[in-house]
Design a protein around this ligand. Structure first.
Ligand code: PHE
Length: 363
């Protein structure tokens, strides 16, 4: 055996021994290792199995041995690696388990629970419901329609002539010019639903049209770019202004209590003839005079009138056979008179502290 060969064998023996020692020592360490802490386990993983860990390091050293040696040493090294991996896996499962267990164990059952926030009905929803309930008793059903309307349903069918200044009564948000039934806009009133209803059916009609409407107005305490209406329509043979008065009188007694007075003042709407505005004796001061009624004792709550024969004809209804009345009110206004809510903006701010104050018997 020459010297070089001998040197080589010595070197191998040395490496072999060194690796053997290292592995024996580390195997003992791994076998002894135990933990319940996820942090400690992570330290373990980094030390042994990490990309700069011991096992990686040992495999590096192992590269320099001869092929025969590799076969013997390789087996030992692989077993060592598997040992470390198996340990890690076993501990990983048990720490995950104990960690979730201890999270459960840490719950202090004597602490008070988190309170449930009970929601509240929106004051406008309460008032809308009240209005609908009252008219339900008179046989009125509820009809709804789109908030994006065409010119025909919002204006033309309702007897607003083209270029007529009456169109300016309601500042409109236009969406699109042209279209099969004229310009497309956000509806300015729910009278458009009356048109849709009359076009689609035959009298008698007895329905309420609640819904959101839009007008291009600067937002302030007293005006908003959208608000809510309930309109009503009654069309049948021989419907008279007396029916209108009696119906609305009944509504007011139900809404504000018996003894509430009403008065009708002549007014103008393109779609009704004759037209009127209806006042009620002030719900706050009962007619004595206060800020709400500007010391007049009366407050206006709705517009109304007999459906104009032109409107009936536009909707394909024989005005010689049928007549009808219509009315429309703002829900915000009715809520304001009920609860003295002075700033319209409150209704759309979604402040629960505001919304929660108003409850009603009607759910
Ligand atoms: N549409 C009218 C408005 O929005 C209200 C109304 C409806 C008046 C029906 C009379 C008859 O102002």
């Amino acid at each position: 055996m020459n010297r070089r060969r001998l040197n080589y064998l010595y070197k191998l023996l040395y490496i072999w021994q060194m690796l053997q020692d290292q592995i024996t020592q580390l195997t003992a360490e791994i076998n002894a290792f135990t933990t319940t802490s996820a942090d400690e386990l992570e330290q373990f993983r980094i030390r042994f199995l990490g990309s700069k860990g011991l096992i990686k390091d040992i495999f590096e050293q192992f590269k320099s041995v001869s092929p025969e040696e590799k076969r013997v040493l390789g087996k030992v090294l692989n077993e060592f690696k598997q040992l470390a991996e198996a340990k890690y896996q076993a501990l990983n499962e048990s720490t995950a388990h104990t960690n979730s267990q201890s999270a459960k164990a840490n719950i202090d059952l004597t602490l008070p629970g988190e309170g449930f926030e009970v929601g509240a009905r929106h004051p406008l929803a309460i008032v809308r419901r009240e209005i609908i309930e009252i008219f339900n008793k008179l046989g009125f059903s509820v009809a709804e329609g789109p908030e994006i309307e065409d010119d025909w349903h919002n204006f033309s069918a309702l007897n607003f002539p083209e270029e007529h200044p009456a169109r300016d009564m309601q500042d409109t948000f236009f969406i699109k010019k042209g279209g099969e039934h004229g310009d497309i806009a956000l509806r300015t009133h729910t009278s458009s639903v009356q048109v849709r209803m009359m076009e689609a059916g035959t009298p008698p009609f007895r329905a309420l049209m609640p819904g959101r409407v839009y007008r291009n107005e600067a937002i302030s305490a007293r005006a908003h770019c959208f608000f809510h209406q309930v309109e009503g329509l009654y069309v049948d043979e021989n419907v008279s202004f007396a029916d209108l008065k009696q119906t609305l009188f009944y509504f007011v007694q139900e809404l504000y209590g018996e003894g509430t007075k009403v008065r009708f003042r002549p007014s103008y709407f393109p779609f009704t003839e004759p037209s009127a505005e209806m006042d009620v004796s002030c719900t706050i001061c009962k007619g004595a005079g206060c800020q709400m009624c500007k010391y007049s004792g009366w407050v206006e709550i709705l517009g109304c009138g007999m459906v104009d024969p032109n409107v009936l004809e536009n909707c394909g209804i024989d005005h010689k056979k049928y007549s009808g009345f219509a009315f429309g009110m703002g829900i915000e206004r009715i809520a304001n008179l009920k609860w003295e809510i002075k700033d319209l903006r409150l209704f759309s701010e979604n402040d629960v502290r505001f919304l929660k104050q108003y409850q009603s018997a009607i759910i």
